[in-house]
Design a protein around this ligand. Structure first.
Ligand SMILES: *Cc1c(COP(=O)(O)O)cnc(C)c1O
Length: 354
């Protein structure tokens, strides 16, 4: 990924590139979402679950870890709701650098935790939430030999711009709308920076409206105040005091976009819908923009942004940020379906409903 977009990234000849082949994820057309929006609009999903550790975090991590290696850092450290730690752990292993991840105890989706251990990170669980973990990491990261690899590290944001580059390269221009989940708000910030940089370089003629979706129980930007005890099933956006609050709000304002909320029930319904109607399985946080798109198309629900007036033929991109297998407990397996039947044809046919 760095090789492809080197001219736009903060790397030089002397930067040792630490890569696992991230980026280049598919932009998948979703005809069924297009139908929901109507008026010949096209909806595309940027499927970031197909990165090496199965979330978009790898785009920022390849740059952040390459730069940390260039500086000779001995230890990478991050706070995480799960995916940052999975990604940091993998890229640290690749670079041969120690990795410490500080996590809210009992709050990490099992797939993500498995990854942190598998890649050999030192996992520290704290009796607190993500926001508490980030406060600690900010303090420890001041040490010379430590590199913070949260999105407060500008190298992370720089790397994450590449998703916007890829979308423009695929579509031939920027979309009209870009929808994504909002947690720490680094990714929305990065996409906006990427779209603007690509336009400056003459690669795109237009800019999209940036529309971010928070979970109703973890909606500090929507509410305009810190949320002390954020709660949502979408653990990747369970954040009460986003690190990139200001730049993300600026991006939303400058792009004439919006911030809105979706409930946990809407998130889970959208996750199920996307898997069963389009064959794309994403983790709950990634379903927030899908739930949000549906909300935007339903004037009766009074969304902050209504698609009722959008021009015919608009192009809409939703970033689906992480893979569904990250969080197997949420999707679950239907226990009735898992009840064994006899090992013969008749029993199987009967179970199907014949
Ligand atoms: C990190 C993450 C988010 C939130 O992104 P921010 O940059 O923190 O707003 C959303 N979805 C998934 C799957 C994530 O890993």
């Amino acid at each position: 990924m760095i090789a492809r977009y080197r001219e736009f990234l903060p790397v030089s000849e002397s930067t040792p590139i630490v890569s696992l082949g991230e980026g280049g994820t598919p932009l998948i057309c979703s005809p069924r979402l297009g139908e929901i929006v109507g008026r010949d609009c096209e909806v595309y999903l940027k499927y970031e679950g197909l990165n090496p550790t199965c979330s978009f975090k790898d785009r920022g991590m390849t740059v952040a870890v390459s730069k940390a290696a260039e500086r000779g850092a001995s230890t990478l450290i991050c706070a995480s709701t799960g995916n940052t730690s999975a990604s940091a752990a993998a890229y640290a292993a690749r670079a041969g650098i120690r990795c410490v991840v500080v996590l809210p105890a009992g709050k990490i989706a099992s797939g993500k935790l498995v990854q942190a251990f598998a890649y050999g990170a030192k996992v520290i669980a704290i009796e607190g939430n993500f926001d508490d973990a980030l406060v600690i990491v900010r303090k420890l990261g001041g040490r010379d030999d430590f590199a913070i690899v949260n999105s407060i590290n500008p190298d992370r944001i720089a790397g994450q711009m590449t998703a916007a580059f890829e979308i423009v390269d695929d579509l031939g221009d920027a979309p009209d709308f870009h929808l994504l989940p909002l947690g720490n708000a680094g990714n929305l910030t990065a996409y906006w920076a990427g779209y603007r940089q690509y336009r400056r370089a003459g690669k795109a003629a237009t800019l999209p409206a940036m529309i971010g979706f928070q979970a109703a129980g973890a909606a500090p930007i929507f509410l305009g105040r810190i949320v002390e005890n954020p709660e949502t099933v979408a653990s990747a956006i369970r954040i009460g005091n986003p690190a990139s609050w200001k730049p993300a709000s600026q991006a939303v304002e400058d792009s004439k976009g919006a911030v809105d909320i979706v409930t946990d029930a809407e998130i889970l319904a959208a996750q199920h819908w996307l898997a069963t109607k389009e064959g794309i399985f994403v983790e709950p946080a990634s379903a927030a923009p899908i739930a949000g798109l549906m909300k935007c198309c339903d004037a009766a629900r009074g969304p902050a942004y209504s698609f009722a007036q959008i021009p015919e033929g608009s192009r809409i991109v939703c970033t689906v940020t992480g893979h569904g297998l990250k969080d197997p407990e949420i999707a679950g397996t239907d226990s009735d379906d898992m009840k064994a039947v006899a090992a013969n044809e008749e029993a199987v046919l009967r179970a199907i409903g014949f």
